[in-house]
Design a protein around this ligand. Structure first.
Ligand SMILES: [Ca+2]
Ligand SMILES: [Ca+2]
Ligand SMILES: [Ca+2]
Length: 163
């Protein structure tokens, strides 16, 4: 519930397009793998029975919107830069299924195992390399999170690494 409210607020802002290129030495989030558990286009008017994944990723209040990957299972390779002038970065990851045209009709994919939570919110501590929050892990290690308890479930695998 809370994550949905935050997402709605974020969507009012103008997201930056996620970059297609990361300069050498830059720390970034790399979304490696996505998988649709539920049929995200079931019952949609122009549904093709195939997910059209994209993400809103907010890093320290700056929101990026990725490109669309139209596959139920695939490797989007999305890259979102992280500013490591801060010791701790706050990251909010929302996965969506694009449904075209009408504003607000996109489906919100559940990648959080907790009921009533669809998004992932976590911190990255540059000094310890630790990732903590809705997911936990470390710098340069893949993190996989599977949605549960809500509709439109999916699985995401990503890592924080350096170019
Ligand atoms: Ca849909
Ligand atoms: Ca769709
Ligand atoms: Ca959930």
């Amino acid at each position: 519930m809370i994550s949905t409210l935050i997402l709605t607020t974020m969507m009012a802002a103008n997201p930056l397009p996620a970059p297609t290129w990361i300069p050498q030495g830059q720390t970034y989030i790399r979304v490696q793998h996505l998988h649709a558990i539920d049929n995200l286009d079931k019952g949609d008017m122009f549904g093709k029975n195939r997910a059209d994944f994209f993400a809103y990723v907010t890093v320290d209040g700056v929101m990026y919107k990725t490109s669309i990957m139209s596959k139920d299972d695939g490797y989007p390779g999305w890259m979102i830069p992280i500013d490591t002038n801060r010791r701790v970065n706050k990251i909010h990851l929302a996965l969506m299924d694009e449904d075209g045209g009408l504003e607000g009709k996109d489906d919100h994919v559940d990648i959080n195992p907790l009921k009533y939570h669809k998004d992932l919110m976590f911190n990255y501590d540059r000094q310890t390399g630790r990732i903590s929050g809705d997911v936990s892990g470390r710098y340069n290690r893949q993190i996989t999170s599977r949605g549960g308890g809500d509709n439109d479930k999916g699985i995401i695998t990503f890592e924080i690494t350096r170019a």
